[in-house]
Design a protein around this ligand. Structure first.
Ligand SMILES: Nc1ncnc2c1ncn2[C@@H]1O[C@H](COP(=O)(O)OP(=O)(O)O)[C@@H](O)[C@H]1O
Ligand SMILES: [Mg+2]
Length: 331
């Protein structure tokens, strides 16, 4: 299926996260990538689950070649040099790295990776990140235009998913001001009242003393780009849980986090992993494939140019977030 070049959208980076392991991040990343490729969009999946990669395995590739580790170790020049063919039109995959300590990349390596991801080109870059809230994981997500959070109806997944998004919000807001005084004020406001205070309250307090900073915070949150995917649902009640999660993110984190799709708990999906044949290639089960197609459409329809203007004084579109640009060594 060809894409009309005059209707091409800006390239976008979509991180697929979830806080918890085993919730379906890799299944969603890979099938979303295949779907986008089949729709005619040039797509790259980066397996950024540092230390525990398996996107290539889900795809049936047993010897993934150099991959992300080779880029981090300067064995290849560009991230694209580490790509393998995704076995579907318009899809390439950057296999991950399983070497010991891979999750512990330093700040310089992290910035280099973020810049490389932003420069991959094409229509969509999907970044499959690992579990947990390590700053390297959080930063890969914070730097993405669209933050897809995969959760299951299990309490532990909901808890980890929410905490992960909260960690992303706090990380972004702390980086927002470029002077130390404002940074200290924000820090104090976000972490006051014991554990942490709802972002709404922090903003209300900030309004009186630092109205411009309050506006900047509201602006960043309004364009944060979080979207919820509910996985492994088996009832209407399960699906309602994600709507409540969305409301909770609005109430406590001031985020618009729509539920953009739910995938049923289906034996064929579990089986597709062992068979190493993704469901998007099999085109069944119909319900799940339909949900993935809708997901692909939603991701394509996001106006990323508008999202990228968040926190910027001048309306210049850039691919990297301000904080990455600020920290990058000048070349
Ligand atoms: N919708 C689903 N229905 C049934 N099994 C699923 C579904 N989604 C994922 N799984 C199972 O869960 C396992 C973990 O999924 P995976 O994508 O590897 O999780 P993560 O990347 O979040 O750690 C898969 O191997 C698969 O067996
Ligand atoms: Mg995974």
């Amino acid at each position: 299926m060809a894409v009309d070049p005059t209707r091409r959208r800006a390239g976008r980076v979509v991180a697929v996260a979830g806080g918890k392991g085993g919730v379906g991040k890799s299944v969603v990343s890979l099938n979303l990538g295949i779907m986008l490729g089949r729709l005619g969009y040039r797509t790259t999946i980066v397996d950024a689950d540092l230390g525990a990669p398996n996107v290539h395995t889900l795809l049936g590739v047993m010897r993934p070649g150099p991959g992300l580790g080779a880029y981090l170790d300067h064995e290849v020049e560009t991230l694209a040099d580490a790509a393998i063919d995704g076995g579907t039109p318009n899809l390439r995959v950057i296999p991950g790295t399983a070497r010991a300590g891979a999750a512990n990349i330093n700040a310089g390596q992290k910035l280099r990776l973020l810049r490389a991801i932003a420069n991959l080109g094409g229509d969509v870059v999907i970044v499959d990140v690992g579990a947990g809230s390590a700053y390297n994981t959080v930063d890969l997500v914070v730097a993405a235009d669209i933050k897809v959070v995969v959760m299951t109806p299990q309490l532990t997944s909901l808890q980890n998913g929410y905490s992960f998004v909260k960690a992303c919000v706090q990380r972004s807001l702390r980086r927002l001001p470029d002077d130390n005084e404002s940074r200290a004020i924000l820090e104090e406001l976000l972490t006051g009242e014991g554990e942490s205070r709802p972002v709404q309250r922090a903003v209300a307090i900030l309004r009186d003393s630092h109205p411009e900073l309050a506006d900047a915070v509201v602006d960043v949150l309004a364009r944060f780009g979080v979207m919820i995917v509910g996985n492994m649902t088996s009832s209407e009640q399960d699906r309602a849980v994600f709507a409540r999660m969305s409301t909770m993110m609005a109430d406590y984190l001031m985020l618009r986090a729509p539920v953009i799709g739910t995938l049923p708990l289906h034996d064929a999906i579990r089986k597709s992993v062992n068979d190493r044949t993704p469901i998007a290639m099999l085109d069944r089960p119909a319900e799940a494939v339909g949900a993935l197609r809708a997901l692909a459409r939603t991701v394509l329809d996001v106006d990323v140019r508008r999202l990228r203007l968040a926190g910027r004084a001048q309306a210049a579109e850039r691919t990297l977030p301000i904080w990455v640009e600020r920290e990058l060594p000048t070349r």
